[in-house]
Design a protein around this ligand. Structure first.
Ligand code: ZN
Length: 848
């Protein structure tokens, strides 16, 4: 350990083996008291014990050992390093000792550590829940501990709570006795040896379903009273996942029970506490008859993701926070595999391309990062929870899985988990295990993808009877960069599909006749492809011969070339016209996302002509699929219809779509059955063209929503109203607490993205920045900043840079830098793209 490292890593002179924790939360006073008995091993003689604690009153305490008792004479708190130094009355010699320590704290309002979440019950009374969120380093806010992932220990938890509330923790309840004053002591079974960040307690006025028996594991859904009717889908997906993963990993589920808890306030999406997984309500509780397919799929995604962690993350854990990326990337890969197995007709991998497109955007910036990097401080670690970790990480694992073959890859995973169970690992332990299982040079291939930022643009050029495949790093700036990769991908020609490894110097393959050449067939490699005009012409002449994924990626690659200035936005509009017969959702989503940017750059007459052109583009597509759901249609046709209608109403400002949306939106809040996709699209359309009166109805709808998904549809539509006064009201609602802190970042970012009044939202955010900082979970602040990439005028770019220079977000410094760089990219794009677009749409709604 060097000095800097010693600042963030506890000395290994004392290591814990087991914690017996007693916590007594007081929901009225919003405080808690606790005591712990920690069985620990003194490795070298010590005069003090150093462990983590922050925002706690610590003491008194003592250390008991074979040789007698040492008092803790002085307790020195070191808030800067989040530590407590317990000075002993004598020297503790090596051996097993017991630390007995008391502590007290306040339940936090910042959604971290041991914190308070509230809801209003049917009688209008505010009810309080005390719950935890410890990852990465906030267990130390709830009890003094060795808060590092490799210091695994067994946890025996006891909660002293009011008799009438639900209390749960990682293990099943094994004992309950009166504690006086109407309170009970609830004891939970010991956990396996695990990291502190996975400990959880939840106490409050909550209910649980009857347990479902999943091959011997009782599974319950926990929710606030009144929401029992929204729990069946989560139970079904939970049961499916536990079985799917036990089979995939070939290891039984590592805890004795599973509770999945929906919480009214939660900073992240969900948290993989062993046996006590916590979620935002909207990511757990859902009514399948009222939810859109994407809303349902999101719930399935999150549940499978968290349950994948029970093995990969909880049973086998990273040694230090640099391993966060693998933990999250792998769980994301498993989420996709599991949801794909649960509902193959949802074509989950095709939808993944949409999130992958965002990772491509970030990873094309100068300020991107390598997936893995050295991590010292907790802030370094919190910066790792981003799209590069989750999405690019999962994408490169998928690339490896497809290159090796799914079964061989899985065999490597089984070997890795089996070898390291209850232990901690480094990334290369995984590569080595897969390498041993497959005999392939996994570590060499993966190192290039993990330790270098960015990704290659693979170029395909026709030269006589050959296609030359080259690679160079893809940077939006277009700057030269000599980073290279081993790129394993598939190439399809009329002769068949062949694996090709593109090495740094490039490779040539035979071009079969005058037919198509599809580079990165199946779209598993994390690369963009740039075809020369001849090859691209052959592809667009026969789009139906490409798979959905290949068409989606073709659109995304083409759009990326527009943003980077290698194609014009007008070209993209022409290119979009060649998709007249398109029937697949992700392809349309990719097209519409680009076209929405074009609309932002247009004003006056050309803007009207563009809208009319959009209507011409979308009407045939929507007529083909029908305005109403049809008997026997695919599940995915519903969100496609919703996406087309929404674009027609918002981007195309189509009066007929608006009229329909007004009707459907009203109807959808009644008792009748309205297709959820149409209802969701209507909420968006009405907001974009809505009045103050509609806004008032939306605010009411949020309060009376029957499902969390319905609530969010209305909530996230508030910042879409294109009215300055309404934008003002929306931002205000995030400050007054009318909008929960967990949802405020998304609402604020979207307000800044407002097509017409984003600048006003941004001015308000700047004015109230200190309030926002004090109200929101620190890790979510950077999502507020994310909105500024939509402010693409030169003076706005300068303004945002100056503001964040004065108001840095240290825990998310790099993500903030990326947002600001994207804003500059968009500025250049606007400057370059606007004149062409204005000219192209000046005469009328036709492109020549
Ligand atoms: Zn995760």
């Amino acid at each position: 350990m060097d000095d800097d490292e010693a600042r963030f890593r506890l000395p290994r002179t004392v290591v814990p083996h087991r914690y017996d924790l007693v916590l007594e939360p007081d929901l009225e006073e919003v405080t808690f008291a606790g005591s712990e008995t920690v069985t620990l091993e003194v490795v070298e003689p010590v005069d003090e014990i150093v462990l983590n604690a922050i925002d706690l009153d610590v003491g008194p305490g003592r250390l008991e050992g074979p040789g007698g008792t040492l008092e803790i004479s002085t307790i020195r708190l070191d808030p800067e390093n989040e530590r407590a130094h317990l000075l002993l009355s004598g020297t503790a010699e090596p051996g097993v000792w017991t630390l007995i320590l008391e502590f007290r704290g306040k339940l936090s309002d910042q959604l971290q550590g041991f914190y308070r979440s509230t809801y209003t019950d049917d009688a209008g009374v505010t009810r309080t829940i005390a719950t935890t969120q410890f990852e990465s380093t906030d267990a130390r806010r709830a009890f003094p501990c060795w808060d590092e992932p490799d210091l695994k220990a067994v946890f025996g938890v006891t909660l002293v709570v009011d008799d009438d509330v639900l209390a749960i923790s990682n293990g099943p309840e094994i004992g309950r006795e009166p504690a006086g004053d109407g309170r009970v002591r609830v004891r939970f079974a010991d956990t396996m040896a695990m990291s502190t960040y996975l400990v959880a307690f939840v106490v409050g006025p909550l209910e649980a379903t009857q347990p479902v028996d999943v091959d011997g594991v009782p599974l319950r859904i926990v929710y606030r009273p009144g929401k029992a009717g929204l729990s069946a889908f989560a139970a079904e997906v939970g049961a499916f996942s536990l079985r799917f993963f036990a089979d995939y990993y070939a290891i039984p589920y590592p805890d004795a029970k599973m509770d999945m808890v929906g919480l009214p306030d939660f900073a992240q999406g969900a948290m993989e506490n062993l046996g006590c997984v916590t979620y935002r309500e909207s990511l757990l509780l859902v009514d399948p008859d009222k939810a859109t397919q994407p809303e349902l799929a999101t719930v399935a995604d999150v549940i499978t993701h968290e349950l994948a962690h029970m093995w990969f993350g909880d049973l086998v854990t990273m040694r230090w926070w640099n391993g966060i990326w693998l933990n999250e990337a792998f769980a994301t890969l498993m989420e996709l595999l599991a949801v794909d197995a649960y509902r193959p007709d949802w074509e989950r991998w095709s939808q993944f391309l949409r999130s992958r497109a965002i990772a491509f955007e970030v990873d094309a910036l100068q300020s991107t990062r390598s997936i893995e990097y050295p991590v010292r401080s907790p802030d370094d670690a919190s910066g790792m929870f981003d799209i590069l970790t989750y999405t690019k990480g999962a994408a490169v694992l998928r690339m490896l899985e497809q290159y090796l073959g799914a079964e061989r890859f899985r065999d490597g995973i089984r070997r890795y988990l089996d070898e390291h169970r209850f232990g901690n690992t480094e990334t290369h332990d995984l590569w080595d295990a897969i390498e041993r299982a497959t005999g392939e040079p996994v570590r060499r291939i993966m190192d290039g993808w993990i330790w270098q930022g960015g990704y290659p643009l693979v170029s395909a050029r026709l030269r006589d009877d050959k296609v030359e495949l080259g690679q160079r790093r893809y940077l939006i700036s277009g700057e030269d960069d000599d980073t290279v990769w081993d790129v394993p991908l598939l190439v399809r020609t009329s002769e068949g599909t062949e694996p090709v490894l593109i090495e740094p110097g490039g490779v040539s393959i035979p071009a079969a006749g005058d037919g198509q050449v599809v580079v990165n067939a199946g779209v598993h490699a994390f690369v963009r492809v740039e075809y020369d005009d001849e090859l691209l012409g052959r592809l667009t002449a026969d789009l139906r011969s490409l798979s959905t994924d290949e068409r989606t990626q073709l659109v995304d690659d083409t759009w990326a070339a527009v943003v980077a200035g290698r194609r014009s936005a007008v070209d993209f509009c022409r290119f979009a016209e060649s998709f007249a017969d398109e029937t697949e959702l992700p392809v349309w989503q990719s097209l519409l996302q680009g076209l929405a940017w074009c609309e932002r750059f247009l004003t006056d007459g050309p803007r009207e002509h563009f809208k009319s052109w959009i209507r011409g583009l979308l009407w045939p597509a929507i007529e083909r699929i029908g305005w109403e759901p049809r008997e026997g249609e695919r599940d995915l046709d519903k969100p496609l219809r919703g996406a087309l209608m929404s674009a027609l109403g918002v981007l195309g400002a189509d009066p007929q779509a608006f009229g329909m949306a007004m009707e459907i939106e009203r109807e959808s809040r009644g008792d009748g059955q309205v297709d959820p996709s149409l209802a969701a699209a209507s909420v968006a359309i009405v907001a974009a063209g809505g009045t103050a009166e509609d806004y008032g109805r939306y605010v009411e709808a949020i309060g009376s929503a029957r499902t969390p998904q319905e609530e969010l549809r209305y909530l996230y539509a508030l910042p879409d109203f294109r009215d300055r006064a309404l934008i003002h009201r929306t931002v205000e609602r995030t400050l007054t607490g009318d909008i929960r802190a967990q949802n405020a970042p998304g609402v604020l970012a979207r307000a800044v993205a407002n097509r017409d009044h984003g600048d006003h939202a941004w001015a308000l955010i700047k004015e109230h920045w200190d309030e926002i900082v004090s109200r929101l979970a620190p890790t979510t602040l950077v999502y507020v900043a994310d909105g500024v990439r939509f402010l693409s005028r030169p003076e706005q770019v300068e303004d945002a840079a100056a503001f964040f220079a004065a108001h840095p977000i240290p825990q998310s410094a790099l993500q903030l830098q990326q947002t600001l760089e994207r804003q500059r990219v968009n500025e250049a794009f606007r400057t370059r793209g606007t004149p062409d677009l204005m000219a192209a749409f000046s005469a009328g709604p036709e492109l020549d």
